[in-house]
Design a protein. Sequence first.
Length: 94
Amino acid sequence: MKILVCCGSGLGSSFMIEMKIEKVLSELNLTGIEVSHSDLSSAKGIKADIYVGTRDIAVRLEGLGGEVVSLNNMIDMNELKEKLSATLKKLNYI
């Protein structure tokens, strides 16, 4: 299982969301999930099961082959945990 977090430049916000995802996965006691971050243009060449981005980026992640998690607020841990958990359940990972 691979999760790729994307933002416009692939630096600040995607790295911050990546760290939050790792915290959520730890809280859910999930292992074996690779989490990384990238800029939007590079994401097209990276295969992932789940792509995560803010709502302005997420629409551009559609069609890359994985599920897309669109965040309204990148600092809202509750939103992230809820949406990521729902996607992991949809993929029968939890």
